[in-house]
Design a protein around this ligand. Structure first.
Ligand code: ZN
Length: 87
């Protein structure tokens, strides 16, 4: 694999769209090639990781869980924010 091919595959690599064979090939090239390794790092900085992009619903759920965890940690029963009662 040459650098041009490696750069071409970098976006697919970041999106986890490569086959495991392609993944190994790119990984081997990045390991051996500082220039492409640097390009990969820059691309990673510019591209948000998909799994970190939470949907608004998921974000609310995470905040609710965090809220409950904090309440338990403080030994409180009163909610910090008004949440609709379920059940
Ligand atoms: Zn390279």
């Amino acid at each position: 694999m040459d650098c041009a091919q490696a750069r071409e595959w970098l976006v697919a690599w970041q999106d986890r769209e490569l086959t495991s064979e392609q993944h190994r090939t790119v990984a081997a090239h990045l390991y051996a090639c500082p220039a492409c390794s640097e390009a990969e790092r820059r691309l990673a900085e510019a591209t948000p990781v998909p799994c970190l992009r939470a949907s608004p619903a998921l974000e609310r759920r995470l905040w609710t869980q965090l809220d409950r965890t904090l309440q338990r940690a403080r030994g409180r029963t009163a909610p910090l924010t008004r949440m609709p009662r379920t059940g």
